[in-house]
Design a protein around this ligand. Structure first.
Ligand SMILES: C[S@@+](CC[C@H](N)C(=O)[O-])C[C@H]1O[C@@H](n2cnc3c(N)ncnc32)[C@H](O)[C@@H]1O
Length: 244
């Protein structure tokens, strides 16, 4: 039943990408169909309700499409009984380095969400209730990562949430495999200087604790060969991860 539901959620969330071109649609199908994080965010109720959401390194805006589709399906009464209610975002803003990705996001989603071309190291984050950063921070230096995390903390509301996915550098073979895939993908996307700045999970936790976040972790690599972990970091209270 849930598997069937997730399949129709993927169908609906990828449909807008048909208008953004063949590549955009196939990429959306592959990513939303193969990455457990998207269903995980909903299943565990990780995105707060009525939140201004900032998606840093948003690519072609798949998270925005996913959340907007989830909201619509929940409103139609098409929703798994054992999942928490779908979040009803106040706004969704994506920041992305690559202009081509932002163009695809805008073509697919129109003004249902806002997308900005920009480098997360320089672009103003505005104010947000929830910040999501999935598989992005390791592209910039450790110093720049710390600065982004500090600016995220300052951009968040007093009880705001940061959802951060990283690879665990102590994750053994699955981690090595994800680094290899990452190098390949960044090379294919035209980046020639693709040094990655990874850290063990314990270091990510310490960096967030040092900024005043309460942190919980959730493995987010089910069905994939990677060593990806989700850190749910909350200001002003304990992070709550609902049981699946
Ligand atoms: C692995 S992809 C993840 C995309 C998206 N977060 C997702 O999970 O589907 C990493 C994204 O981060 C973007 N990115 C890398 N460095 C960035 C920077 N300095 N500022 C903004 N975006 C960046 C890349 O262009 C790419 O779209």
């Amino acid at each position: 039943m849930t598997k069937q539901f997730v399949k129709s959620l993927i169908d609906n969330a990828t449909a807008p990408y048909r208008s953004a071109g063949r590549f955009a649609w196939h990429f959306a199908r592959g990513k939303l169909g193969g990455d457990p994080v998207f269903a995980g965010l909903l299943e565990h109720g990780l995105i707060p309700d009525r939140a201004r959401i900032l998606d840093i390194g948003c690519g072609q805006g798949l998270l925005a499409s996913w959340l907007l589709t989830a909201k619509a399906m929940h409103e139609q009464g098409n929703w798994p009984a054992h999942w928490p209610k779908a979040p009803n975002p106040t706004s969704i803003h994506g920041i992305e380095l690559m202009p081509r990705d932002v163009e695809r996001a805008q073509r697919a989603l129109g003004d249902a969400a806002t997308f900005t071309v920009g480098d997360m190291c320089k672009t103003d984050f505005g104010k947000a209730d929830a910040v999501v950063i999935l598989d992005v921070l390791h592209y910039v230096s450790y110093e720049a990562q710390n600065d982004v995390l500090r600016r995220v903390r300052d951009a968040l509301a007093p009880s705001g949430t940061l959802i951060l996915r990283v690879g665990d550098a102590n994750g053994g073979l699955p981690f090595k495999f994800s680094v290899w895939v990452d190098h390949l993908v960044t090379f294919v996307r035209g980046h020639r200087n693709s040094r990655l700045y990874c850290r063990p999970l314990a270091e990510w936790r310490l960096a967030l604790l040092g900024l005043g976040f309460n942190v919980e972790t959730l493995p987010m690599n089910q069905g994939t060969p990677f060593a990806n972990i989700l850190l749910i970091a909350k200001l002003g209270g304990k992070a709550v991860v609902q049981a699946a």
